[in-house]
Design a protein around this ligand. Structure first.
Ligand code: C2O
Ligand code: CU
Length: 470
């Protein structure tokens, strides 16, 4: 984050026109067609008064338009490609019809420049989701092609305010433009991925929320970074987690920090208690710095009777997931995660042939699952609809990986050989270096589904495979 100060100092280069807030809610529903045009745009990523950054965004915005629908609604969205390269949209975390999953080369052809594609799907689960480019995503997400998708519970949840905090890190040059020369850098691919040095929340350097004493907030935190795991501190606030990755969990105190890996979401409940004029901060903690990214500013106090009398936080209504795991006779497979810098991988299979690490490096093929780089002709797992699938992830390298499964949510059933007792159902799980994690899910959604690392450079470098459910 060392350029933050620098950008502050070089802020006053030009006078720029005022633009409306980056997150504009777009109504969706049974009838209306959302227009999502992937195109170039600019965003005020740097501090106010500084240069605008040229980005790629849906409708030219970062984040893209916020899509908000009710549980079981249909989303109809026309992607129009006004870029010079092909693209697709993936609806991350939505248990979607396979044909709408947006994975170019697996579930659809990439949408060419000038062309469009209509997505239409029903949203079975209420919760916090997001959408992003899924063609060369390591470049397209880094340039800004993502947005938030909120699915509201059928019965509204009792909170006074519902806020979103989309966290991203950008690698900007000294001109506040995206550092393009390092897109695709082998160093990034073989290490932690593309890490930025400039933080944004909701597409700007800092967010301010107005609150009142006695209010209860729902805060939806979304990590849209290519590769950075964020550690958030809420200072004196005492948030409770009510959902991870869109799925309700038994409400639990957050503890000291929120660790949120790329693509993960966390829904928090925060009860505000302070006098007018006071404020509370949300900080991102890095090894070297504490960066305030958001602030809750207390306005006038409502009359005392309006204060929350019952501090109880109830569990969100369950989504219609198949949670009945049959662990007596699952389809079970191992996934050995290898590669990356300092990890000693000597060779791996690339396009059917074993190659030495020297040859692999030349092609950026520096990661492997089960000794194989990237996609294979046959799936890692094929399961029949309704079967329980268990995947034993073994991270045998020096890097953390945010493992994401498409089309399903899974439960972590074992970590380091010990049973895990948690009611979280996730679509993305952070697996630490050296760690073994077993995940399980009911294969109830037919189709071809990716399983990959969501550190997007790792995926591009080979950490991707697929499952088939028939
Ligand atoms: Cu959000 Cu295949 O990814
Ligand atoms: Cu990874």
């Amino acid at each position: 984050m060392d350029r933050r100060e620098f950008l502050k100092q070089t802020s006053l280069l030009s006078v720029l026109p005022w633009v409306p807030a980056a997150i504009a809610a777009v109504p969706a529903g049974r009838r209306s067609m959302l227009e999502l045009t992937a195109r170039e745009g600019t965003a005020q990523l740097a501090d106010e008064g500084g240069p605008r950054t040229r980005i790629w965004g849906y409708n030219g915005l970062v984040p893209g338009p916020m899509i908000r629908v009710k549980q079981n609604d249909w989303v109809r969205a026309r992607l129009t490609n006004r870029l010079t390269v092909a693209t697709t949209i993936h609806w991350h975390g939505i248990r979607i019809d396979n044909a709408m999953d947006g994975v170019s080369g697996l579930t659809q052809d990439a949408v060419k420049p000038g062309q469009s594609f209509d997505y239409a799907f029903q949203v079975p689960d209420a919760g916090t989701f997001w959408y992003h480019a899924h063609t060369r995503s390591w470049e397209q997400v880094a340039r800004g092609l993502y947005g938030v998708l909120i699915v509201d519970e059928a019965e509204p949840v009792a909170v006074d305010n519902d806020y979103v905090l989309v966290i991203d890190d950008w690698r900007l040059g000294q001109d506040a433009q995206i550092h393009e020369a390092s897109l695709g850098s082998l160093h990034d691919w073989s290490h932690a991925g593309r890490l930025g040095q400039w933080l944004t929340v909701n597409g700007k350097p800092h967010e301010k929320f107005s609150v009142e004493d006695g209010q209860r907030l729902r805060l939806r935190v979304v990590n849209t970074a290519n590769a950075r795991v964020f550690t958030l501190s809420f200072g004196a606030l005492k948030p409770h987690v009510i959902a991870f990755d869109g799925q309700p969990v038994t409400p639990r105190p957050l503890g000291k920090f929120l660790t949120i890996a790329p693509a993960q979401r966390a829904d928090l409940i925060i009860d505000m208690a302070a006098d007018p004029g006071e404020s509370a901060a949300v900080d991102v903690i890095t090894r070297r710095e504490v960066i305030q990214v958001a602030e809750f500013v207390y306005g006038h106090t409502r009359d005392a009777n309006a204060k929350l009398s019952a501090p109880l936080i109830s569990r969100l209504p369950a989504n219609p997931l198949s949670t009945a795991l049959d662990l007596t006779d699952p389809v079970r497979t191992g996934l050995l995660m290898e590669g990356g810098a300092m990890s000693g991988m000597k060779s791996a299979i690339l396009k059917g042939e074993r190659r030495s690490i020297q040859e692999l490096i030349k092609q950026g093929a520096v990661w492997a699952f089960n000794e194989t780089v990237g996609m294979t002709d046959t799936p890692l797992v094929s399961a029949r609809r309704g079967q329980t699938v268990v995947i034993d992830l073994r991270n045998q390298n020096r890097w953390p990986h945010a493992m994401h499964l498409h089309g399903h949510h899974f439960k972590v059933i074992e970590r380091e050989g010990s049973a895990v007792d948690d009611d979280a159902w996730r679509d993305t799980e952070l697996v630490q270096p050296g760690e073994s994690v077993s995940i399980a899910f009911v294969a109830d959604n037919p189709g071809k589904w990716l399983l990959h690392c969501h550190m997007l450079e790792h995926r591009a470098g080979g950490m991707t495979t697929w499952l088939e459910i028939t």
